[in-house]
Design a protein. Structure first.
Lengths: 119, 119
DNA sequence: CTAATATATTCCATTATTGGCATGTGTCAA
DNA sequence: TTGACACATGCCAATAATGGAATATATTAG
């Protein structure tokens, strides 16, 4: 009797977090942050191969981070920054923890300062 | 004569972006956002296997997102939210693009409103 | 119509990542 | 000292993700 030992991984649910995990994809988003660009322009700007760029654009497109518009035989991609929202919101949950730490740091510095004062 | 056709991938430079790309690791960070936790507590809270949690904690540790403190035979992990900074900074670059879009949306809504007004 | 251009897609080899299981290591209790 | 407990690590199988090369598709130019 054989048992199944290997379980499928949590479907890579290609989400925004995964999309921006790749440095090349972040580079592409950075390039697009200045405005709409054709695929060829990205290829030149970043010195990546054309299929490489197309594939990364596909991933970015699937999570809604970029949108495409055809102009003649070119495809102009533009950033869709609103889709960074899940990331923003996730990060926001840590603002409090971050501020708390800063407060404690502040208290610590004040304590050092107080101890340095003459009696 | 053989040529090397397969190039090593850009060293996975396990960075913060990769660390938070995994949903389970985000779950762990979320659990730690309430305070220090032992490995066993995370295992119970998230219903993950112990080695699974330890491995994810290792990744998070390597990018500095968590820190570990020994107490007896337990390891207490705590969040190090300051290390989310690269993420914050990267995201900040898109604030402007995001605001611009919001402004345009605002203009658009105002335009709709204006058109709805009687002459 | 044909050729050239721009981009997408397919196929494939390689590497990375994940999770399960087993085991190692350190610490505490009896 | 021995055993139990808490955690880390190593090994392995499966699968995902990346990039290169070739090819398909669509659009424009001549």
């Amino acid at each position: 009797m054989e048992y199944i030992r290997w379980v499928a991984r949590a479907a890579t649910t290609s989400d925004v977090f995964n999309a921006i995990a790749e440095a090349h994809r972040r580079d592409i988003l950075d390039a697009l942050s200045t405005g709409e660009l054709a695929v060829g322009a990205i290829v030149n700007d970043l010195s990546l191969s054309q299929p490489q760029v197309s594939k990364h654009l596909r991933v970015l497109s699937e999570v809604g981070l970029v949108r495409c518009r055809a102009e003649g035989r070119r495809r102009l991609y533009r950033l869709e920054p609103a889709q960074l929202r899940p990331l923003r919101e996730w990060l926001a949950k840590y603002e409090q923890a971050w501020n708390d730490r800063m407060d404690r740091m502040d208290d610590y510095l004040k304590e050092l300062q107080r101890q340095g004062e003459p009696q």
